[in-house]
Design a binder for this molecule. Sequence first.
Ligand code: EPU
Length: 337
Amino acid sequence: MHENFSLKAYNTFGVDAKAQYFAEVNSVEELIKSIKPANSQIFKILFLGGGSNILFTKDFDGLAIKLNLKGITEEILNENEILVTAKAGENWHDFVMFCLNKNYGGLENLSLIPGNVGTSPMQNIGAYGTEIRDIFVNCKVLNLETLEVEAFDLEKCRFGYRDSIFKQEGRNNYVILEVTFKLTRKNHIIKTEYGAIKTELENLGIQNPTIQDVSRAVINIRQSKLPDPKVIGNAGSFFKNPTIPLVQFEDLKQKFENIQGYPKGDFVKVPAGWLIEQCGWKGKQIGNVASHQLQSLVIINATGNATGKEIFDFSTMIIDSVKEKFGIELEREVNII
Ligand code: EPU
């Protein structure tokens, strides 16, 4: 266990916050040892995956545990389907590539999402027409009270848009140890309805895309407008896309005729990036922090020297101006510590 340990390399914002104590664990046994009841009474505990969805606004006065559980196993279900299980510490994109190399379909639209497998169920990661709930079978978790391993199936996870039981009442009660997905071995379902994928496949001159082609298209799109956290500190979308009542959307449409929205029953999901851009934030920098010039939903550590507090304050300014102009309250997607 390390003391007074810098977490700069353990969060993709690259914020130099310190943990009072820090440990890395490579197995469930090590994990249980490190959180044995005596410890959990003394320390606050924070579990770190890939650190791609977290913002430290201050030092963490407890024990930060980096989960390094590794391994991927497979179980053929039938001619068409396979179950693939990855341990929490596997890098998400490497896992997607592993599956694509074996021609297992279902994860291709989720290529290049930062983070680890273990945190993917927390916020039901999603992009370009797929969310993990579409291929999720179950996950094994450690119950922090009983120290027993439990299985959570799809229903028990209560997935929603960027949401799950692990962000709600299950918060702080469980550590995800491994996740199992049901993937296709043939007759893959190709999802290209998302406009940008269609356009990118056309650019690549591909008419009958394979799952590998879809992955390539998604990688190209992401690389063309999302900053690489290894180069510029960021945590992907900083805010959720807000869902507003249809009547409110229709009112706004009178005033802002270009407003975009994806209707869902009596509600409409509005792209936060558009709202933020309309408020003049796209590419704007204050001190060490900026809104990304190609996707204003992404806040970046522009100089590499931003503190978490600066990033947080910048996000508050964005929330305030979107509220003032559109009457819509943006919600942060990133976990604030
Ligand atoms: N837009 C703007 N200005 C901007 C950004 C976006 O006008 O600065 C408009 C775009 O023109 C487009 C619409 O907003 O018409 C939607 O933009 P985009 O397709 O880039 O998707 P998004 O809604 O901004 C969401 C996810 C992303 C995911 C993409 C693709 C959320 C919070 N974000 O972004 O997820 O990659 O869809 O599916 O739902 C992440 O979570 O870190 C992330 C990157």
